[in-house]
Ligand binder design. Structure first.
Ligand SMILES: Cc1cc2nc3c(=O)[nH]c(=O)nc-3n(C[C@H](O)[C@H](O)[C@H](O)COP(=O)(O)OP(=O)(O)OC[C@H]3O[C@@H](n4cnc5c(N)ncnc54)[C@H](O)[C@@H]3O)c2cc1C
Length: 482
């Protein structure tokens, strides 16, 4: 039977006046004006939103749920990218390089999410032997490694069906590197189904912030660099913040977590006259021996897959070896029709801690906010040079274990992306800046949670350890907060 309600009369259709010119919000994350933040007394203020700041924020929100604690987050940079750059389809290698440049200071990446917007995802643990000179043991950090690996989706499953990975693992294992294994990386391989969202495979600190704001509300301000931390009678009292138009605001907080990076956290402490002999000292970076090799495509199975193989650092070896390809950046890059495939080898070695390797304020060079810029002083000693020699030799052996031929000799990169140590943790205030929980010696409620707290005693990439320590710091704050 025909539907009586359906007819061919013209349909009356009027445009909704509110939809004629659709207006979009210009923000993909809720922001709070700094003027409003200056009227709030915070329980915790976090300075910086990279790996350390994001991890501390997530853990506080996850543990506190919707209790009445007030959390403020202050970021110097802007809303550069809403996700890790590797998740953005238009960001190819060329655009990637143009999106950020390390300036002469070098102050890393100033943006919401920090360096994790561009990082390489490699997330190995430090070897237990690396903790011998630390104020905590491997056993102390292990539960936090497990939490960090879970929240960052650290996995080796991305090479599961890769023929290339298997061929190269077999070769390296039977040619002198029995410990060769798949490099764990922070990537979400889940598919989006049944209401679960897995649309951001490559992990960045934006994931931490997203998890946090889905649990509770926080106040977040961007383009507002912290220039000083404020103290009162040996306790943290808040931070001093500036805006692009050079206005200054004071934010009050019982607890302040500095997560502004290896360069900017000591800069804030030094600019605040926080006492501490070790602030800015013991700067560390991995010496990196790097080599690019090419190999014939027709030596490998038709369906290649991707490959990242590493030989973990250990007390005996003293450095970490890594081979990645095809190509050098994407874990999914594959060119089935190419005649040759490229591989990059990177060997990271930790150097000796020395107080003379340091950053310090240069009162003769001011930034646009009138804050002294940093000078960096860094050199190798004879034992560092011996280790670097061994790293060259180890890299050559690793390359030949996979039957690759070197075309150009390996080279030494003197500055990379693993700067650490300028606020390192320890028991002695003469040689360290924070205690074993990241609390600055002598200042209750002032914490550091970023790479600066890390004593880079391992050749492993640093971020997983920084995140584990930041989560541990957050737990300590929760346990001890009055
Ligand atoms: C290209 C690249 C590849 C990398 N690959 C890897 C890898 O594969 N594995 C690995 O472990 N590590 C890797 N890293 C290093 C990794 O990104 C860092 O270890 C990690 O991001 C450091 O975290 P952080 O919290 O110390 O600093 P950052 O991530 O730099 O965060 C610092 C934050 O503080 C903000 N800030 C700075 N100054 C102020 C201020 N005055 N006030 C308020 N906010 C401020 C910044 O804008 C930023 O948001 C890579 C880095 C780069 C650049």
């Amino acid at each position: 039977m025909a539907h009586t309600s359906i007819s061919n009369k013209p349909i009356k259709f009027s445009l909704n006046p509110h939809r004629e010119n659709t207006v979009f919000q210009d923000q993909w994350i809720p922001l709070t004006p700094i003027e409003k933040m200056s009227e709030t007394n915070y329980d915790v203020i976090i300075v910086g939103t990279g790996a350390g700041g994001g991890a501390a924020l997530w853990r506080l929100c996850e543990q506190w749920g919707r209790n009445g604690k007030r959390i403020g987050v202050v970021e110097a940079g802007d809303l550069l990218l809403p996700t890790a750059s590797g998740n953005i389809p238009t960001v190819n290698g060329e655009i990637w390089g143009k999106l950020w440049t390390r300036n002469i200071d070098p102050t890393g990446i100033i943006a919401l999410g920090g360096q994790t917007l561009f990082w390489g995802l490699e997330s190995p643990r430090f070897d237990p032997s690396a903790f011998i000179t630390w104020p905590i043991t491997y056993k102390d950090i292990l539960p936090y490694y497990l939490i960090a690996e879970q929240v960052m989706n650290v996995t080796t499953a991305y090479t599961r069906d890769s023929a290339l990975q298997q061929v190269l693992l077999d070769r390296s294992r039977s040619n002198g590197f029995p410990e060769a294994q798949t490099m764990p990386i922070a990537i979400d391989l889940g598919t989006t189904k049944y209401g679960q969202v897995h649309s951001n495979p490559i992990f960045s600190s934006i994931n931490f912030i997203a998890y946090a704001i889905n649990i509770r509300s926080i106040d977040l301000s961007v383009n507002t660099p912290v220039v000083q931390v404020l103290t009162d009678k040996g306790r943290a009292a808040g931070v001093k913040v500036m805006t692009a138009d050079k206005k200054t605001y004071t934010l009050s907080a019982k607890t302040v977590i500095l997560s502004a990076s290896t360069f900017n956290t000591p800069r804030i402490l030094l600019n605040s006259n926080i006492p501490g002999e070790a602030i800015g000292r013991y700067l560390k970076e991995h010496a990196t021996v790097s080599a690019d090799v090419k190999t014939r495509r027709d030596e490998y199975p038709e369906v290649l897959g991707t490959s990242r193989i590493y030989v973990p650092d250990s007390a005996e070896r003293g450095f970490q070896l890594l081979a990645l390809g095809p190509g050098i950046s994407s874990p999914f890059a594959e060119k089935p029709l190419a005649e040759e495939i490229n591989f990059r080898f990177q060997t990271y070695g930790p150097l000796e801690p020395r107080p003379d390797n340091r950053v310090f304020l240069d009162p003769g060079r001011l930034d646009p906010y009138g804050i002294p810029r940093l000078n960096v002083q860094y050199s190798y000693n004879s034992r560092d040079l011996e280790r670097i020699e061994r790293m060259f030799e180890g890299t050559r052996k690793f390359i030949s274990s996979m039957n690759f031929t070197l075309q150009e000799p390996p080279e030494l990169w003197q500055a990379g992306n693993h700067f650490s140590g300028t606020c390192r943790m320890g028991n002695d205030p003469a040689t360290s800046v924070t205690d074993a929980y990241g609390q600055v010696h002598g200042i209750a409620g002032l914490y550091v949670a970023d790479n600066s707290v890390l004593n880079l005693t391992s050749g492993s990439n640093p971020t997983l350890t920084t995140v584990a320590l930041a989560i541990r710091t957050a737990d300590h704050i929760i346990e001890t907060m009055i």
